[in-house]
Write a protein that binds this ligand. Sequence first.
Ligand code: GAL
Length: 375
Amino acid sequence: MNTIQYIKSKLKTTLLAAGMLCAGLYSEAQQKVFKPGQIWPDDKGVHINAHGGGILYQNGKYYWFGEHKVAGDAGNRAMVGVHCYSSTDLYNWKDEGIALSVSDDPKNDIARGCILERPKVVYNKLTKKYVMWFHLELLGKGYAAARAGVATSDRVTGPYTFIKSYRPNAGQMPFYPPFTGQSEKVNCAAPASETDGFFCRDLPGGQMARDMTVFVDDDGKAYHVFSSEENYTLQLAQLTPDYTGHTGKFIRIYIGHQTEAPALFKHNGIYYMIGSGCTGWAPNAARWFSAKSIWGPWVYHGNPCKGADSAITYGGQSTHVLPVAGKKDAFIFMADKWTPKDAIDGRYLWLPISFKGNDIEIDWLDSWDLGVFKK
Ligand code: GAL
């Protein structure tokens, strides 16, 4: 090879490399499909770190909040806080940093190393504040505390200020809608089941609150839904008008059947809830419910997932159902595929929900885009 040929070949390789780099950056900046279970790079090319998350749509943008996991043994403990990302198209996400940071004070409720799971953010029109609820377990106490934690911010991306954590509805008996049968009412003088016993045990100090979500209804009222009573029973509890406390009005759902990972949405006036069973980080079959009133009756309908691996929710566990802005009948089922040995590598399974009349169905897709929603 002479000098000219050498320079030409060098130039060619350099141009090729530059081209590939641009293409790489371009494809990173221009994701146009969802690839459930694959690495999902943010605007910096880093796999999104927002597990057990939820999404708030506000002023034309989606904000995704989730657990920031770390590499190594501490992976599933809160070493950093709640991570926030924003997007206008749902495919491409900008890293907005840490919205709620854990505290350096080991005595603080949200001390670094605690367990802080399933954060959900809602906007309160009355106070103009963003309110974040999460499941909190105090440092060094395993999963014994079973508390709900709340933080607020004036800005959607934060920083959020931690307010308090506690077990909800101390001293309060459930609200019984008129259809409630006598046998469904809890009798703390003689609890009829193990889960009733847990309810009564916790009556004075407040109900256990683990896996959770928050749902805001069309009338602006908000509800906190959480696994309670040693995870045997879900409770759906009304939040105060400012969304930072509980009013004391709540119901118990699917008593004794261990529902976790609740996600609520409303479609054509019907309330829907998707949840999971209770097998820790290992996947199990999803389950769905519907109700004509938020106070029930919540009707159990079995597994919404179809096809291969539907019995294990395709390896995932529900975390949120996202209504797609500006589209009718367009809801995305969001699940986490946990990887407890390397929590930071956990994957996101987003799949479209299909409506068959008032029933719902979820099918696996390797890759899809918002074009699947007709309108
Ligand atoms: C799951 C729950 C997760 C996490 C995990 C811990 O059942 O949904 O949020 O708490 O258990 O084992």
